[in-house]
Design a protein around this ligand. Structure first.
Ligand code: ZN
Length: 266
């Protein structure tokens, strides 16, 4: 079954799409494509949830408006890619998909300067620094832990739980790779809004648009070190998100969560 999707409006950071949907569906999955051979997963939204897995989507069912926050989407996807949406049922089976739609017309010169700048910066990070990092995100679409999750209160009842490694969810840790460069080593102290950072703190700069959040773990594949994100600072040009500085604190190898993540990497 094919459904219609079209652009209702867009600004620098938000695209509103008018979308026809099946009468019933469980999940919306957004993809982008440069051509049919190169299809890239962007994000997914469980019907009824306020926010999507990677924070870029929200859906207004009453008005059939799908909102895409382009600050959470890869630069190429926004300006050159076409988007399409899959509708899945509760078993993850495809019910239908939309036609392809381009959010921002390629000939729109208003954005071309900013795009060139972003591409330039991004290519430098990938080419010259090229540290591959892994972001660990708990998949909140997976099943809640029976040992620590209170289904009525919708929260965890124990701080430490060995069944789910204190995540509240039984399975599904997503490991997402991204490129970054370390711009401060732990030897130097730096000043931020929250004061001077201590010795175990590092700063990574990235042009990736993943939803980096406090207390998410990241792993540096070059040094083999784990960090917990303490703060992020997002830079922007003309309202468009460019790079993100991730301020993170080194974690000991004997930490329970780090041990679990270590096993996932090998
Ligand atoms: Zn648990």
């Amino acid at each position: 079954m094919s459904y219609n999707i079209s652009v209702l409006s867009y600004t620098y950071t938000v695209a509103k799409m008018l979308i026809d949907t099946p009468d019933e569906f469980s999940k919306i999955v957004l993809y982008s494509t440069y051509n049919d051979d190169n299809i890239i997963y962007i994000d997914e939204l469980i019907y009824g949830n306020e926010s999507s897995k990677l924070k870029s989507l929200s859906f207004d069912d009453a008005n059939k408006i799908l909102k895409i926050d382009t600050n959470y989407i890869d630069v190429h996807s926004i300006f050159y890619g076409s988007f399409f949406v899959l509708f899945l049922d509760s078993d993850g089976v495809e019910i239908g998909r939309t036609n392809y739609v381009q959010v921002r017309p390629a000939e729109n010169t208003k954005f071309s300067g900013a795009v060139k700048k972003l591409e330039h910066d991004f290519s430098i990070v990938v080419r010259t620094s090229g540290t591959t990092m892994i972001l660990f995100v708990v998949d909140k679409s997976s099943t809640h832990c029976p040992d620590c999750w209170d289904f009525e209160l919708e929260q965890r009842t124990k701080t430490v739980c060995s069944t789910c490694d204190s995540t509240g969810y039984l399975s599904g840790i997503d490991m997402i790779k991204f490129k970054a460069r370390r711009i401060k080593t732990k030897r130097s102290s730096i000043h931020t809004e929250s004061g001077i950072l201590d010795d175990d703190t590092v700063v990574y700069q990235t042009y990736s648009r993943l939803p980096f959040q406090k207390e998410h773990a990241i792993y540096d594949t070059t040094t083999g070190e784990f960090f917990l994100i303490k703060q992020t600072n997002i830079a922007s040009i003309g309202g468009i998100r460019t790079s993100t500085n991730i301020i993170a604190e080194k974690q000991p190898e004997d930490d329970g969560m780090i041990k679990k993540y270590s096993r996932l990497i090998v």
